[in-house]
Design a protein around this ligand. Structure first.
Ligand code: HEC
Ligand code: HEC
Length: 233
């Protein structure tokens, strides 16, 4: 009987946790403002051309390796970063004045526009480090207690030759909502990825999980994983 009660309590705690997470993710449209994704993207295209294209490229594939590519990134992530720049949670002397000119609705629209574009990976030029970076991304480094990046960062198709890769909870049906979903990293400029890992490690960009992950990586490991990602998949 004791066990049954304990199980019932556990189940309840689980349900409450799931409900809390679902609530966190639910987005309520302000009255009269409901837009379809296609509408958002169409309106966002104008904002992108006027305010973002000069640095991020007309379709979100920036030419400057220090400026992130936005093409194909999840809209909710882009929108979240824009809000963080606006509220000063993520410091950037470049992006702060840009977002100051955007409305809440404008942020949503421009995020939808960039999410709708396709990312163009960089050319492959660092074969040695790429292999090291690939192993790190998919399998982590057990000896250093470094978790695989793929556990949280969009693991599209698992390459067949990855040794010791085990699909995490996210691979189980119905467990997707329990997974931390990090942004897509594939195709991003290596210089930008390295700069962000450094910012997380130095506490200059907020992110509890990433601060721990980045701080446990050597500069060589950061470069290796960044090189792999820039030209992947
Ligand atoms: C003057 C150049 C410039 C302009 C204009 C600009 N950006 Fe940026 N953007 C940057 C730079 C540089 C960064 C990297 C900031 C950092 O160091 O963290 C960035 C970062 C971002 C990020 C974070 C991306 C990520 O992967 O975390 C988003 C989202 C973004 N910009 C969206 C926009 C949007 C939308 C516009 C137009 C409304 C815009 N930017 C206009 C230069 C620019
Ligand atoms: C437990 C989950 C988790 C793991 C493991 C993880 N990340 Fe992240 N990562 C996140 C989350 C969540 C964010 C978004 C943080 C935010 O909202 O600013 C993020 C953000 C990032 C960014 C910023 C991307 C951008 O566009 O600005 C980079 C780069 C990154 N992670 C690289 C890595 C690498 C490399 C590894 C493996 C060594 C890794 N992450 C492992 C959860 C994770």
């Amino acid at each position: 009987m004791g066990t049954m009660r304990a199980l019932a309590v556990l189940a309840l705690v689980g349900l409450v946790a799931i409900a809390a997470m679902a609530g966190y993710r639910r987005f309520a449209w302000p009255p009269g403002e409901r837009q379809t994704l296609a509408e958002q993207a169409r309106l966002g295209a104008r904002i992108a051309a006027a305010h973002c294209a000069a640095c991020h490229g007309p379709k979100g594939n920036s030419a400057d390796p220090r400026v992130p590519k936005l093409a194909g990134q999840r809209a909710s992530y882009l929108n979240g970063q824009l809000t963080d720049f606006r509220d000063g949670r993520r410091a950037s002397t470049v992006m702060a004045p840009v977002v100051a000119t955007l409305s809440v609705r404008g942020m949503r629209e421009v995020a939808a526009y960039f999410a709708d574009q396709s990312i163009q990976p960089d050319p492959r030029d660092q074969p040695a480090l790429r292999a090291e970076g690939k192993a790190l991304f998919w399998s982590g480094i057990v000896a250093q207690g470094l978790q695989s990046c793929s556990a949280c960062h969009e693991a599209r198709t698992v390459p067949a030759e990855i040794p010791g890769f085990r699909a995490g909870m996210g691979a189980m049906r119905g467990m997707d909502m329990m997974r931390v979903q990090g942004p897509n990293l594939f195709g991003q400029h290596a210089a930008y990825t390295i700069s962000q890992l450094r910012a997380f490690a130095d506490g200059k960009r907020p992110g509890m999980v990433m601060a721990r992950v980045a701080a446990s990586m050597t500069p060589r490991e950061r470069r290796a994983v960044a090189d792999y990602l820039a030209s992947a998949p």
